[in-house]
Design a protein around this ligand. Structure first.
Ligand SMILES: Nc1nc2c(c(=O)[nH]1)N[C@H]1C(S)=C(S)[C@@H](COP(=O)(O)O)O[C@H]1N2
Ligand SMILES: [Mo]
Length: 370
């Protein structure tokens, strides 16, 4: 069936191999077999849209308005931003808060993401804090409100998404207004001409097609900011329990996590061979401390080797190898931990919207007699 928002042949050309979710909006993710590069190429990077994809022919006349709790509201073109402010490039993981949602039981509302709604890219732009400082941040400012022209498919009079950032994150040096991804102009599907890059924060905070930032005197109340949207309960909630929305808090830093990109589920390995395990690990805005790996379902663990990483917002490749001595089932696990002592849980607690699933992944295979 043709996708209502983008020509499927074009999408197939741009993103071969992605699984397209059955949804009115365009949402697609790679399988773990494609997430094998330290820098995820654009053609394997997941796409998450809450509504339409705006028709944008050319970024040359795109403008960004800065207003609200500032001394001097401003309107910037991209060319003017580039002239006025220092350009910064950093490598950062972008992960949807709903990544891994399909593994929650009972199932929750929301797109049933597998494990591929994550990637790590090089982002280039100007620091949000420089642009805000230029406008003069008032002391009353506590939050940003971010705006874009995409609309809900069910109700085109409403924005698809309008998220914001706590002022501390907005003024933190890693938070960018980005115009390039992997050293090329930011693709429209990833929010070009301009998007927010908020390393460590969930993808929802990374507003695409950014055309206005309003500084606000209270937490932003835009589309998908309220209720339980992109929020976690502050105390455990059992499935079916009535929800008290006052007991939900906005997700800020994403939790420590790893993904195993080799071997893949259903793998076989001959007895006597080495089983090579590799993947990536990250922890929001916090540096990793290490990753341990098991090939027997968690009975025995071995510390993985970590490749160099491109800064604390990037993911880091881990590797371990196991000599396979006997035939039989194998279960590969990887468990990451960060320098602040957070460890990936072996079993995640359920939450009502299926967010932040950082449960240790389990990849089953079999060792075959040689
Ligand atoms: N304008 C706008 N920005 C948006 C969204 C959206 O629907 N509209 N989705 C957000 C969510 S939930 C995620 S996970 C990321 C996904 O970014 P990507 O499509 O570049 O992977 O974009 C965020 N920015
Ligand atoms: Mo997301």
């Amino acid at each position: 069936m043709p996708h209502p928002l983008i020509d499927e042949a074009l999408l197939r050309q741009l993103k071969p191999g992605l699984h397209i979710h059955d949804d009115a909006a365009l949402n697609a993710e790679p399988g773990l077999d494609l997430l094998v590069d330290p820098i995820t190429p654009v053609d394997t990077f997941f796409i998450r849209n809450n509504g339409t994809v705006p028709a944008i022919a050319d970024g040359a006349d795109w403008t960004l308005t800065i207003d609200g709790e500032v001394e001097r509201p401003a309107v910037w073109t991209i060319a003017a931003l580039r002239v006025r402010f220092e350009t910064v490039t950093l490598t950062a993981v972008l992960e949807c808060a709903g990544n891994g949602r399909s593994q929650f039981s009972p199932a929750t509302d929301g797109l049933p993401w597998r494990l591929g709604a994550v990637g790590c890219a090089r982002w280039t732009g100007v620091r949000l804090r420089d642009v805000l400082a230029d406008a003069g941040v008032r002391e009353t400012a506590v939050y940003t409100g971010q705006y874009a022209p995409d609309r809900l498919i069910s109700d085109p009079s409403r924005p698809a998404l309008s998220r914001g950032l706590p002022i501390a994150k907005a003024l933190s040096p890693e938070t960018l207004i980005a115009f390039a991804m992997n050293d090329a102009p930011l693709p429209i599907l990833h929010g070009g001409p301009l998007r927010i890059v908020a390393p460590g924060f969930p993808g929802s905070a990374w507003q695409k097609w950014l055309d206005r930032i309003e500084l606000r005197a209270s937490e932003h109340d835009g589309e998908k900011m309220r209720g339980t949207n992109y929020r976690l309960p502050t105390a455990p909630v059992a499935p079916g329990e009535p929800l008290d929305e006052s007991r939900f808090a906005v997700i800020t830093d994403m939790p420590v996590k790893s993904l195993i990109s080799a071997p893949l589920a259903g793998f076989t390995v001959p007895v006597g061979a080495m089983l090579e395990v590799s993947g990536f690990a990250w922890s929001g805005a916090i540096a990793l401390a290490g990753v341990r790996v098991s090939c027997d379902g968690g009975e025995n663990w071995r510390e993985a080797a970590l490749d160099d990483c491109e800064g604390r917002y990037a993911w880091q490749r881990f590797r371990a190898a196991f000599a396979i001595a006997r035939a039989g089932p194998l279960a590969v696990l990887a468990q990451a931990r960060d320098v602040e002592g957070h460890v990936q849980p072996l079993e995640i607690a359920w939450n009502p919207r299926g967010y932040c699933n950082n449960q240790v992944q389990r990849v089953e295979g079999v060792a075959l007699a040689a």
